[in-house]
Design a protein around this ligand. Structure first.
Ligand SMILES: *[C@@H]1O[C@H](CO)[C@@H](O)[C@H](O)[C@H]1NC(C)=O
Ligand SMILES: *[C@@H]1O[C@H](CO)[C@@H](O)[C@H](O)[C@H]1NC(C)=O
Ligand SMILES: *[C@@H]1O[C@H](CO)[C@@H](O)[C@H](O)[C@H]1NC(C)=O
Ligand SMILES: *[C@@H]1O[C@H](CO)[C@@H](O)[C@H](O)[C@H]1NC(C)=O
Ligand SMILES: *[C@@H]1O[C@H](CO)[C@@H](O)[C@H](O)[C@H]1NC(C)=O
Ligand SMILES: *[C@@H]1O[C@H](CO)[C@@H](O)[C@H](O)[C@H]1NC(C)=O
Length: 385
């Protein structure tokens, strides 16, 4: 292939050949040039971007275009002709396994407001590494043929109308690191494998679907993701002491409004890389562990609207990076003066004596008369007799 010289056949279209040269030949240059390439490329094969992979992609895009019923921004109007690399939203690059041929490496139709379905033919885009479809109106589910996307690294289908069970093939995509399913209508159990080390996601956004997630198996805390967002889903089980197992990787944990009824285990203090912790709007009870003061990277902590009580540990307010402490809507009865220095602090609706915007006295007295909370070794609240 590399033997073909643009100068030997200047007539057809020098411009095209130059484009091809930059797209196709340049990536080949670093390879040793010597004896004619060992692959028996027929001499008739033109140095062309029209290879088998792009032909397959052409079939995929035409089928997909057909399955798109509304395109208010006319994004797919130029999805015509065999050279898919020129289509709006389509990005080509040399194939990782064969730098001499061009293949579809990415599709970005974010904010396209496209309505329709994701056709089975999408699986033909076998080299796609980045698939960004956020803020469209795709319905149905992700086609199982997407299991052929062995290079898929980033999948963002957030803010669509997708539904049905978690697409199970996702957990066997070997390259997947960034999975964003938020703001769809998926339901059912989020499989343990989502958190497994086999999949090893770097970021998981599953919030605002109708997923159930079980903490009982302990799979979640096996995760090596840096970002886990499960807000507005249903979590069953308690925050286990194994939460500290994510210390090497976890940077952001968002479990807002997940119906979780639990204590906060002291092992949470092991999460020294965690910057953002949101456990708000749950039924967390007991006290804030002193060990949160060991989470030296913590910048934002939100435990608002729970059933937490006792003293806010001073260690938390001495955290060097903490800039947002949200305690609103609990039953804390004491807050150290050092907390007053935190730039964003919301301690309203607690039971701190002689402090503004606290709960009515009667509510605090009633709370005091409840039996004390005891936490079990598994992080759960022990039932009171
Ligand atoms: C899309 O194309 C249609 C028909 O050509 C045209 O009426 C409409 O204004 C176009 N919309 C945009 C956003 O360009
Ligand atoms: C792709 O688009 C470029 C720029 O618009 C154009 O010059 C080129 O001819 C197109 N390539 C093909 C194969 O259609
Ligand atoms: C999901 O959670 C809801 C409420 O907790 C429960 O009724 C439902 O049975 C759960 N579904 C599954 C599949 O676990
Ligand atoms: C967690 O990871 C360990 C070690 O890789 C494995 O043995 C265990 O089965 C995993 N647990 C779950 C619930 O996935
Ligand atoms: C909390 O999550 C549930 C789903 O588990 C959802 O229906 C509800 O709207 C959420 N609440 C808020 C305030 O977002
Ligand atoms: C602080 O945290 C609260 C709750 O998470 C949030 O509503 C607020 O926007 C945050 N403020 C800043 C400045 O980040």
């Amino acid at each position: 292939m590399a033997k073909m010289s643009p100068l030997s056949q200047p007539r057809p279209s020098l411009q095209l050949v130059l484009i091809l040269l930059s797209l196709v030949v340049l990536p080949c240059l670093p390879q040793p040039l010597p004896s004619p390439s060992p692959s028996p490329a027929p001499p008739s094969l033109p140095l062309s971007p029209f290879n088998e992979r792009l032909e397959a992609a052409y079939v995929a895009f035409q089928a997909w275009k057909h399955a798109i019923v509304e395109d208010p921004k006319n994004l797919t109007v130029d999805w015509c002709g065999p050279f898919v690399c020129n289509y709006t939203g389509v990005f080509c690059a040399p194939a990782p396994d064969d730098p001499c041929i061009l293949t579809v490496a990415g599709v970005d139709l974010n904010h396209g407001r496209l309505a329709g379905s994701l056709t089975d033919h999408l699986g033909l885009l076998a080299d796609v590494a980045v698939l960004h479809l956020n803020s469209n109106r795709f319905h149905g589910t992700l086609p199982a043929s997407m299991q052929h996307m062995r290079l898929l690294y980033e999948l963002d289908v957030s803010n669509n109308l997708l539904s049905g069970a978690f697409p199970s093939f996702l957990t066997s995509l070997p390259s997947l690191k960034y999975l964003d399913l938020r703001f769809n209508d998926f339901d059912g159990q989020l499989p343990d494998a989502v958190f497994g080390r086999e999949l090893s996601l770097d970021a998981l956004f599953a919030n605002d679907n109708r997923f159930n997630v079980s903490l009982v198996s302990g799979s979640l805390t096996n995760s090596t993701a840096s970002v886990i967002v499960l807000a507005n889903t249903k979590l069953a089980g308690c925050l286990p002491p194994s939460i500290g197992d994510m210390a090497d990787t976890l940077v952001e944990l968002i479990l807002l409004n997940t119906s979780i009824s639990s204590c906060i285990p002291p092992e949470i203090g092991k999460l020294k890389k965690l910057k953002v912790l949101d456990l708000s709007r749950n039924d967390l009870a007991g006290e804030l562990p002193e060990s949160i003061g060991d989470m030296e990277s913590l910048e934002v902590i939100n435990v608002g609207y729970n059933l937490l009580s006792g003293q806010v540990p001073e260690s938390i307010c001495l955290l060097p990076r903490l800039k947002n402490l949200t305690l609103v809507g609990n039953y804390f009865c004491e807050e150290p003066v050092s907390c007053l220095h935190i730039p964003r602090r919301d301690d309203r609706m607690n039971c701190i004596p002689d402090w503004p915007h606290q709960r009515p006295h009667e509510e605090c007295i009633a709370f005091e008369h409840r039996p004390p909370v005891h936490c079990a070794a598994d992080g759960c609240i022990l039932p009171t007799l």
